[in-house]
Ligand binder design. Sequence first.
Ligand code: OGA
Ligand code: MN
Length: 223
Amino acid sequence: MTAIPAPGPPPGDNRLGAILDDLSGKGWSWQPDFLPEALYHALRAEVLAINAEDELAPAGIGRETAFQLDRTIRRSRIAWMDGTTPAQADFLHWAEQLRESINRSLMIGMFEFEACFAVYRPGEFYDRHLDSFEGARNRVVSLVVYLNEDWQAESGGALLVWPEGAGEEAPHVARILPERAGVVFMLSETVPHAVEVTHALRFGIAAWWRVNPSIQGQIDPLA
Ligand code: OGA
Ligand code: MN
């Protein structure tokens, strides 16, 4: 593993504190240029290679028996991370440090992390949704990381964020362009969001921390 600095900027700049305040206050946080530079380059190289080798599968909605491939709601392709490459191992390590900080201050008890590379081709999108699926409400905090160099405003592909629990008619409160090394945190169960149609290839990572819904002493197998 290469040496990856602790999450966020140097001591004195309290971005981790801002993330925690945002999550407990409004339920989401946008952090431009938050992924460490070395990690950005390594993960970007990896997603470019995965895309070139066409190792991505169409993304679905829901999981297991509820899994659907509804291309009217979501069009993108994903590749799950398994932590076996150096870049993935470093990313999982970085995320683990964030997990410890978030757990300590928000008392959420996040337990497991799952992450996938996500690629949207021109014309692709993801309609408004929550990340915690019906029947498997154990994703608690979502993490999105952008791996696009020089994203142009005309390319669209913005992330729209609505206030916690907002109704279908409510206006969105943020429109975030998927700029290099930017990171978004959202409470998975309550913050509706969408990805506008992109006009350029759009690279990123979608990830979630889950709580352990231990049922009758059995640990939920991580699907
Ligand atoms: C998701 C998602 C947002 C983005 O994958 O669930 O909402 O900006 N992604 O890529
Ligand atoms: Mn989502």
